[in-house]
Design a protein around this ligand. Structure first.
Ligand code: NIG
Ligand code: FE
Length: 431
């Protein structure tokens, strides 16, 4: 017999009530199915969270019957989706490149700016100039801003260090920032991004050092959960990338590539051949690339903010659909090509520029993005067993998400089944 009076909910143990709740009175709950094939819609549906995970999702009447002891939480007639997953960001950097953006608009190409010592190398200098503590806090603030915009899982790449010592520093700062915030952080070591000034005439030596020294150090210290490279005429060749990626795979790292961004150079086919988790950018990819990605199960990640900033075209949704490839959308947040701080805003742009449906866009920023991180069993959907990471939006219908610009704001963001307080997003986050 229970010690607690059966009909007095206020007398139940507090721990039990906070870890066991039923979110109800939604306009609808929408989630990818467990395989990430379709979007399931539960009009006026409910979700039960227990011990941080989703226990059940479905019609509210059924869930109330199955879980009479769960604490009810009213969604006030709002739309509920899984927490979003931003699977591609470079949000650990100092400074900005707003002046360079003006040069781009005046006609200078990405390659011309890079050749003059601008571009990635200028952010490497400004990142080195910021003190550790400030850089770590700035990353934590950015992660909080992402959470306020509905992202509960965020990938962060290194890549503005370039040399081994500076890359290791950035990966260390990432862990420091990650423990300051509730967002789930996936650390990616972007080990071939640009040739560091220190190695200006020693390209082969640099690639060898990354392959034989840096990767081993990152592996030994457990500093990253994936390895990335920039395969492009302004980055590194297919053969340089292949050597580094094969070594990363020998060490057990999943791999990703930035590829087919400023020109089609063969990185997408390399990604498919090596079984990469994702290949990102693809502005210059052709159908053959998408077919290969579909066959390999590699996610194609579109970065609309970067394409817009560099005034490039994005692929057509119908053409991608015909290949059967999985598509994710990410912010690519970085000071050079994508000063974009809202993933939903990027999805709204991709909807318009490519022709994706609301269902496809939700998949692209949840399940498919989780898959690009190898995290689709845990996040990116609200099926039983997934983490209780969800967003209650300031709107009623799924179709509103890619419709409003600026993007619809989250009303409440749940992490591990708890409605944590959100930071104020109007605050300036730059150091
Ligand atoms: O994803 N393409 C390479 N890396 C970034 C840009 C980095 C930069 O310009 O600072 C990107 O677009
Ligand atoms: Fe990028």
């Amino acid at each position: 017999m229970s010690y607690w009076p059966a009909h007095d909910p206020s007398s139940k143990p507090v721990a039990g009530r906070t870890a066991y709740l039923i979110l109800h009175n939604t306009s609808e709950v929408v989630t990818p199915d467990a395989e990430g094939r379709e979007i399931l819609r539960f009009p006026k549906g409910a979700i039960v969270f227990r011990e941080g995970r989703v226990l059940e999702v479905g019609p509210a009447a059924d869930l109330f019957r199955h879980h009479p002891d769960a604490r009810p939480l009213n969604a006030n007639g709002k739309l509920v989706t899984p927490g979003l997953v931003d699977c591609h960001t470079h949000m650990l950097f100092g400074g900005h490149r707003a002046q360079e953006f003006q040069l781009k608009l005046a006609g200078a190409s990405y390659a011309e700016i890079a050749a003059k010592g601008g571009g990635i190398r200028s952010t490497v200098r400004s990142t080195a100039a910021v003190k550790d503590e400030l850089l770590e806090k700035s990353l934590a603030n950015r992660l909080e801003r992402w959470r306020a915009n509905g992202c509960t899982t965020v990938e962060v790449k290194s890549g503005y260090g370039l040399t081994s010592a500076r890359e290791v520093r950035l990966l260390e700062l990432m862990s420091g920032a990650a423990i300051r915030v509730p967002v789930r952080v996936h650390r990616t070591a972007l080990v071939l991004h640009a040739l560091p000034e220190e190695f200006a005439d020693r390209r082969a030596e640099f690639v060898t050092e990354v392959r034989d020294v840096l990767l081993g150090e990152i592996h030994r210290r457990g500093m990253a959960s994936a390895v990335d490279v920039f395969c492009d005429p302004v980055g590194f060749t297919v053969e340089e990338c292949r050597g580094v990626l094969e070594r990363a795979q020998e060490l057990g790292f999943p791999i990703k590539l930035h590829a087919e961004q400023t020109a089609r150079a063969g990185g997408a086919l390399l990604a498919a051949e090596l079984g990469a988790r994702s290949v990102d950018h693809l502005e210059c990819a052709i159908d053959e690339d998408w077919v290969a990605l579909a066959a390999a199960g590699t996610v194609g990640v579109l970065l609309p903010a970067a394409a817009l900033t560099l005034r490039q075209r994005l692929p057509d949704a119908a053409a991608i659909r015909a290949t059967g490839a999985r598509v994710a959308i990410a912010t690519d947040f970085n000071p050079g090509t994508a000063p974009a701080q809202s993933l939903m805003e990027c999805a709204a742009l991709a909807g318009r520029l490519c022709g994706f449906t609301a269902n496809e866009l939700l998949l692209a920023v949840t399940w498919n993005a989780a898959r690009a991180l190898g995290a689709e069993h845990e996040v990116g959907h609200l099926n039983p067993g997934a983490w209780g990471d969800a967003v209650q939006w300031e709107c009623e219908a799924l179709e509103e998400l890619p419709y409003w610009m600026p993007a619809v704001r989250p009303d409440t963001v749940f992490m591990r089944g708890a409605d944590l307080a959100l930071p104020a997003v109007e605050r300036r986050v730059w150091p």
